[in-house]
Write a protein that binds this ligand. Structure first.
Ligand code: MRU
Length: 342
């Protein structure tokens, strides 16, 4: 039985996305069979979080296959154009290109229009189902690292809203909570889009977890006071050497954790490991628009004409990471994930 919220649901002929830009005030949904609407939802963070982006895009490809086409070659050309539209939405989370590559491979093997439609739908559902299973395994493995009464700091949102299941870092948190470990969670608000304040706090409150929201600059002082015992974050892309891209601010937390002798744990499904990249230096970092910083919720807080830099992610060097928890288990440094087969 699942008790968590669902970011993405397949309704039989439509996909339903929970519009995360409206949370926590309004639970509204986007029901669509249009791949362009899904692409726009990804670009604008209505659906967000590395695994969820990959799942939404997979449904976009499956829906693209409904396009009327006289023959397989015409349909394949149409779907390939939608695959590249979906692939251009956000650059950092590798789960997007991973999922689109899986869908493209299925498309390439299709023997007829009907076969393409059936097999792409089956693949999208499999990607969704497998992610839920990976979340469960991450929670089971990772919760072993959490001691009773731990103060846990987390950043951004890594829960059900960001995945096809119970989350990644957040699955570890909810597993530890259900194991009766009496944990206390500190959720960074996560500027500029407030995924921690709006989404993580909403999810953890619903799950009955003791959660306290912090401004992004509060962590150091709580670490000094001994209130934080472990930092757990998700990932958008992990290079073979363990360097990890995640929401902007993650690197700073890793530096702080090292200084205070606190464990820094990354949690992600195997689909977040980019086996084509040797190190984090190769990871593309998304720049978001200045307006997200200057005008939160449409209210201007920065003087007109002042320039803004808004990288959406940063890269934490592997040497600052205590453990990487995947659905395969707990990985310890030195990290060395196998290279992609060519
Ligand atoms: O810009 P977002 O909200 O998509 O960023 C999300 C994150 O950085 C998450 O930590 C990451 O995708 C892991 S989600 C399980």
């Amino acid at each position: 039985m699942t008790t968590h919220v669902h970011a993405i649901e397949w309704l039989g002929s439509l996909v339903r996305l929970l519009d995360q830009t409206q949370l926590p005030l309004t639970e509204s949904h986007i029901d669509t069979d249009d791949p362009a609407v899904i692409a726009e939802a990804i670009r604008t963070l209505k659906v967000r979080g590395a695994p969820a982006i990959g799942i939404a895009a997979a449904y976009g490809v499956a829906l693209s296959s409904r396009h009327p086409a006289p023959d397989l070659a015409t349909l394949q050309a149409h779907i390939r154009s939608d695959i590249s539209m979906l692939g251009r939405t956000r650059p950092t989370a590798v789960n997007l290109s991973w999922s689109l590559r899986r869908m493209a491979a299925v498309l390439g093997r299709a023997s007829s229009v009907e076969d393409a439609r059936t097999s792409l739908m089956a693949e999208a559902l499999a990607i969704h189902r497998e992610d839920a299973e990976m979340c469960r395994r991450i929670g089971e493995f990772g919760s072993a690292l959490i001691v009773k009464g731990a103060g846990i700091l987390t950043h951004c949102n890594t829960g059900a809203l960001a995945t096809g299941g119970e989350g990644t870092a957040q699955s570890i948190i909810t597993h530890a909570h259900r194991q009766g470990k009496g944990i206390r969670v500190f959720a960074d608000e996560t500027r500029p889009l407030f995924q921690g304040a709006r989404l993580t706090a909403w999810e953890l409150q619903k799950a009955g977890v003791d959660v306290t929201v912090l401004t992004d600059s509060t962590a150091a002082s709580l670490m000094l006071k001994g209130l934080i015992n472990v930092v757990i974050v998700g990932a958008d892309r992990i290079a073979r050497n363990g360097d990890t891209a995640n929401k902007i601010g993650t690197y700073g937390l890793a530096v702080l954790a090292k200084h205070h002798g606190i464990a820094f744990i990354v949690a992600a499904p195997a689909s977040t490991i980019d086996t084509s990249m040797a190190s984090g230096a190769e990871i593309p970092i998304e720049d978001r628009s200045a307006e997200e910083v200057t005008s939160p919720f449409g209210f201007r807080i920065v003087p007109e004409g002042v320039s803004v830099r808004s990288p959406s992610f940063d890269v934490t060097p592997a040497k600052l990471i205590t453990a990487i928890v995947t659905d395969g288990g707990i990985h310890r440094p030195p990290f060395s994930f196998p290279a992609a087969e060519r």
